[in-house]
Ligand binder design. Structure first.
Ligand code: ZN
Length: 372
């Protein structure tokens, strides 16, 4: 049960200008809320609040004498009380009130009360909805290395390219199952793909997010204790270099924007926007991801966004991109984890949750991530 039962009172104070005595009450039903609109002939002082046991919504309108039309649904129980100061409308909801929002609109003056239903969980994934391909978020999942490039060689000969591919596929599986994503894997098997090609796959598919999965190796003297997950986003220096490339190289600009842009000033403006998007969104996604991994797995996560120069795969103007070093393959304990399906599943779950939060999470959550 989604317990968000907050009782709060909103006082909206408006100066009562005149005494008209006719109002209408209209009703509109939306997916997450019911909207009740009070049409008034003039500006009124009003207040909206809720009471518990049973849950009811109270709307006091000062200076108002009567109500002309009430159009509320049949299952809405309500009563209107006349007082010396005005009228009080009490609505007993057929459901529990989870949250209300009220505001007024001018010309003609209206009081709007939005009642959010607790019956619908905000975070619920609507499984029964089939998403149009055009509405799907395009996520490119890149398994680092492959083919003749094994990546780091870990404890007992465990190869980074193998671990990367397994986790990438698990993430892809979860995203596919969700229905809201179109997933593109840069490689589905053990093959070599040059770095710039991987970034190109993201650009050509006009991806909404690019995730590159790797495992880290520590130098010999640090092998025993180097552990944890590291997340990288593009560095400002690398971003600046990309911006220059977009401005100077018309062919590259075509790849980035999907269309030829002849005008140099326009390329400058668009390059600015694209780089801004990549930097700020990559950082935001990194933070959401770091939190999900820490929360779901209790893993130590280091976010090293600005510190390191850009990896080739992170250079995707206009697309948020992160590179994740899942763990240290050279550390015996970590290598055992990286090779275990249980750990791989949990990691893929955390990644999937972060992606969902990033795209569909509440704005509040995104703002929080921005502030940290
Ligand atoms: Zn790697």
């Amino acid at each position: 049960m989604w317990l968000y039962l907050k009782i709060f009172i909103i006082f909206n104070l408006f100066i009562s200008l005149s005494f008209a005595d006719i109002i209408n009450i209209r009703f509109g039903e939306y997916k997450e809320k019911d909207r009740i609109v009070f049409d008034l002939t003039d500006k009124r002082k009003f207040r909206v609040f809720t009471l518990r046991d049973p849950d009811r919504l109270v709307i006091d309108i000062y200076g108002e004498k009567s109500i002309k039309n009430i159009k509320l649904p049949k299952n809405y129980k309500y009563r209107v009380g006349k007082h010396h100061w005005g009228i009080r409308v009490v609505i007993e909801q057929p459901f529990v009130i989870s949250r209300i929002k009220s505001f007024s609109l001018p010309n003609p003056f209206r009081i709007v009360v939005d009642v959010y239903k607790s019956g619908i969980k905000k975070k619920q994934v609507p499984h029964n909805i089939i998403y149009d391909d055009a509405d799907k978020k395009i996520v490119v999942v890149d398994a680092g290395h492959g083919g003749h490039d094994p990546g780091a060689i870990g404890f007992l000969g465990l190869k980074e390219k193998t671990v990367n591919l397994i986790i990438a596929k698990k993430v892809a599986e979860r995203l596919e199952r969700d229905g809201r994503f179109k997933v593109i894997l840069t490689r589905k098997d053990d093959r070599f793909i040059p770095l710039h090609k991987r970034a190109q796959i993201a650009l050509k598919n006009r991806a909404d997010l690019f995730i590159s999965i790797h495992a880290d190796a520590a130098p010999k003297h640090r092998r025993a204790y180097a552990r944890g997950t590291h997340i990288f986003a593009i560095s400002s220096r690398a971003a600046y270099a990309k911006k220059r490339q977009i401005i100077r190289d018309r062919d590259y600009a075509r790849l980035v924007f999907g269309t030829d842009i002849d005008s140099l000033p326009l390329r400058r403006i668009l390059a600015d926007i694209a780089i801004d998007v990549t930097m700020s969104e990559s950082i935001m996604f990194s933070r959401i991801l770091a939190r999900e991994i820490a929360k779901n797995m209790g893993r130590e996560v280091k976010w090293r966004g600005i510190k390191r120069a850009g990896f080739a795969v992170l250079k995707t103007p206009g697309i948020p991109s992160v590179l994740i070093e899942v763990g240290f393959i050279t550390n015996p304990k970590e290598a055992v984890k990286l090779a275990s399906p249980e750990f791989q599943d949990k990691f893929a779950d955390a990644l999937y949750k972060a992606i969902v939060k990033y795209f569909f999470g509440e704005e509040k959550y995104r703002k929080l991530a921005r502030k940290e």
